[in-house]
Design a protein around this ligand. Structure first.
Ligand code: FES
Length: 177
């Protein structure tokens, strides 16, 4: 043991086997193994973490076409209400969104498709047979059968959906934000 050590000028005992940089062979190997282990963990772990959390980050957006009913059931000039629910996923959370749509058949192949949401403060309006127009009970809003504002606070006509008829089924386009 005495052979392997020398006394330095300030009195410390220094191991002669210690290299000049202060790193032993054992320490060097341990460091390299540690670094390689870290790299391997990152290569395997990062994609695995991404796989696990990516559904929580996804947000589905865009437009979709939704079939709402056969056109043969629609009577010309008679507004018909359709209601349906869609489940929207934002990350891990699923939210049910209910839609209401008024369809007015204008002729054999012409339709108006209105959102059932008032353009004032988003109440649901309804068709009033006795008035022969749409009526919003929240603030006394009135809309004609073609969606234009007749009276009350609504700032603009009823919102419309793009639509098409496929194989006799009226289909509307909805935007999912
Ligand atoms: S929300 Fe319809 S009139 Fe105000």
């Amino acid at each position: 043991m005495i052979k392997d050590t020398v006394a330095c000028r300030i009195g410390h005992i220094v191991d002669k086997r210690t290299p000049a940089f202060g790193i032993t062979r054992r320490g060097f190997v341990a460091g390299v193994v540690g670094i390689l282990g870290g790299i391997i963990s990152a290569v395997i772990g990062i994609p695995a973490i991404g796989y696990l959390i990516s559904p929580g980050m996804k947000r589905v957006t865009g437009s979709i076409w939704v079939p709402i009913g056969p056109v043969d059931d629609l009577v010309e000039g008679e507004p018909t209400l359709f209601q349906f629910t869609r489940t929207k996923r934002i990350g891990w959370e699923a939210t049910a969104i209910s839609y209401g749509v008024y369809v007015v058949r204008k002729s054999a192949d012409e339709f108006d498709v209105f959102s059932n949401v008032c353009t004032h403060l988003s109440c649901r309006y309804r068709w009033r047979e006795d008035l022969n127009h749409f009526f919003c009970p929240c603030h006394d809003g009135h809309y004609a059968k073609d969606g234009t504002v007749l009276a009350g606070p609504p700032p603009r006509p009823l919102d419309r959906f793009e639509h098409k008829v496929e194989d006799g089924i009226l289909t509307i386009q909805i935007q999912e934000a």
